[in-house]
Design a protein around this ligand. Structure first.
Ligand code: DOR
Ligand code: ZN
Ligand code: ZN
Length: 343
């Protein structure tokens, strides 16, 4: 089996954090990926042009050749004016994590209230920004709680309404995890696409929780939670199908070990150190290595209206054991063997 040369990839969805954690995780991405869409759900979220500029500077100071694709969060205070200024400051995506569905989203706009933000979304559309969303519904309008496993499917009718109401808006449905959502994306118009993670292609709910919903492995806990084996297979099928609506977004999301091992572990999987080798493994196992480059390096850039990267990267056929941690962060698949390497 020969080494592989592909166009350098882009990670269309990542959490890099700030400060010390940023310093500890950034190179895993910037050494391999030319660009990455950087999420702004920080403790103090990225919600204005000023935030975008200072966050970009903080990233570039540590990795001057890396090209972060900046985003701002849609929160209850977001206005059309704020979106326009953020765009002028370089933000390419407007990101939604609905209220209390994931990390640092207490001020996220609820899907139930999305209509109130149509003027903001129309501005994003006019500017050609991408509306990138974490599509999960945690409560019905009458407030009944929705269990984690059902939240993505429960969000589909809201997504359908948005696509109908603002038909020109470019939408990326992030880290999708169910067969239902995948089928929905396939049927949706071509301005609607989705990112897929590597971890949703290898995990099922049994790797995360027991039958009572108790977390058995906090390092496999992420949002949306991995689902059934059928859902996992649907993720792989979409990933390896060569359909340009599906492209790579790692959703690599580091959390310190002390937090992960606390009574209430935060969701998020630090997968950046294994991203490309793991994708290679998945594509190889599914006899689709010829589709890897499109999935990891082309479809995302095209959807975002970016030029394709010109440089290539060599992926070598070399076995290695994934280290269990870096700094105070556990690495996804730590201790396991991978057959491809990028260093
Ligand atoms: O697992 C997740 N972690 N899902 C998200 O949506 C957010 C992320 C994080 O920021 O840790
Ligand atoms: Zn998310
Ligand atoms: Zn994310």
């Amino acid at each position: 089996m020969k080494n592989l040369f592909i166009r350098k990839p882009d990670d269309m969805h990542i959490h890099l954090r700030r400060g010390e954690v940023l310093t500890n995780v950034l190179l895993f991405t910037s050494n391999i990926f030319t660009r990455a869409v950087v999420m702004g759900n920080l403790q103090k979220p990225i919600i204005t042009a000023k935030n975008v500029i200072s966050y970009r500077m903080e990233i570039l100071k540590q990795a001057p050749k890396f090209k972060p694709i900046m985003s701002i969060m849609l929160v209850n205070s977001t206005t059309a004016e704020i979106v326009k200024n953020a765009y002028l400051a370089g933000a390419k995506a407007l990101k939604l994590i609905p209220e209390n569905t994931s990390i640092n989203s207490t001020d996220g706009v609820s899907l139930i209230d999305l209509e109130k933000f149509y003027p903001v979304l129309k501005t994003a559309q006019e500017l050609g920004m991408i509306f990138s969303g974490h599509w999960e519904l945690n409560r019905h309008p009458l407030k009944e709680f929705i269990p984690e496993l059902k939240r993505e499917v429960a969000a589909i009718s809201y997504l359908e309404k948005l696509i109908h109401d603002i038909p020109g808006l470019k939408i990326v449905v992030e880290h999708i995890s169910t067969k239902e959502m995948i089928e929905f994306i396939k049927r949706a118009p071509k301005n609607v696409a989705a990112t897929l993670t590597a971890h949703h292609a290898v995990l099922t709910i049994d790797d995360v929780m027991d039958k009572n919903g108790k977390i058995v492995n906090p390092y496999n806990y992420c949002k949306p939670v991995p689902k059934s084996d059928n859902d996992r297979k649907a993720v792989i099928e979409a990933m390896t199908s060569g359909n340009p609506k599906f492209f790579f977004g790692s959703d690599s999301a580091p959390h310190l070990i002390v937090k992960k091992e606390s009574l209430k572990p935060p969701p998020g999987i630090f997968s950046a150190p294994v991203a490309l080798p793991l994708l290679c493994q998945i594509f190889k196992t599914n006899k689709a290595l010829d589709k890897l480059e499109k999935f990891a390096s082309e479809f995302g850039a095209k959807f975002y209206g970016l030029e394709l990267n010109k440089e290539k990267i060599e992926i070598t056929r070399r076995e290695w054991i994934v280290p269990s941690q870096h700094a105070d962060i556990r690495i996804f698949m730590g201790g396991e063997k991978l057959s491809w390497s990028v260093v």
